[in-house]
Design a protein around this ligand. Structure first.
Ligand code: AR6
Length: 178
């Protein structure tokens, strides 16, 4: 399922982000950039130790920001690590911080000349962000970015499981109507 924005593709698929052949994939990291569970654990397992070695040298990433490392053994050349907000009640700046994750990840990709990128659903696992709300923010932010900067040609959301996919499909349907 996809929509076209300018000349770029914004698509959603159900699957495993570690298998994607986009130039970069995005990791849902923590501020310490220490290997955790969820998608972070999966990316580090599949990509091997070089990713964590570089992340360790970088050392820290504030919530809402993004840093970049090698993709190690992954098909993707780069991993962009962004730190989503831990969800409390939605009134502690979580929407703005989540939007910032997508904006900062795309800005970093663009600065490196990366033209295709895959995102997981940031913050909606261990960090507890309600997936329907997160989907609207994620897709809305990416759409706005691609409208402004057409040089990234493909943004793919790789959703883990049917529930996440359906939430993103509903949000993408809403975007397509706008
Ligand atoms: N491919 C795509 N999505 C995945 C995969 C995968 N292989 N595995 C899990 N997901 P989470 P967060 C989905 O918890 O909420 C870590 O410990 C998952 O189903 O990975 O931002 C970090 O180190 C969910 O929809 O990230 C941090 O401490 C989404 O990825 C903390 O978790 C995000 O879930 C970050 O929590």
């Amino acid at each position: 399922m996809h929509i076209i924005i300018n000349h770029s593709i914004l698509e959603i698929v159900e699957g495993d982000i570690t298998r994607q052949d986009t130039e970069a994939i995005v990791n849902a990291a923590n501020e310490q950039l220490r290997v955790g569970g969820g998608v972070d654990g999966a990316i580090n397992r599949a990509g091997g130790p070089r990713i964590q070695e570089e992340a360790r040298r970088i050392g820290y990433c504030p919530t809402g920001q993004a840093v970049i490392t090698t993709g190690g053994d992954l098909k993707a050349s780069f991993v962009i690590h962004t730190v989503g907000p831990i969800y409390k009640d939605g009134r502690q700046g979580e929407p703005e911080l989540l939007a910032s994750c997508y904006r900062e990840s795309l800005a970093l990709a663009r600065a490196r000349g990366i033209r295709s990128i895959a995102f997981p659903s940031i913050s909606t696992g261990v960090y507890g962000y309600p997936v329907a709300d997160a989907a609207r923010i994620a897709l809305g932010k990416v759409k706005a970015y691609l409208q402004q900067y057409p040089d990234i040609r493909l943004v793919r959301f790789v959703l883990f499981g049917q529930e996440a996919f359906e939430a993103y499909a509903a949000a993408l349907g809403e975007l397509a109507q706008e």
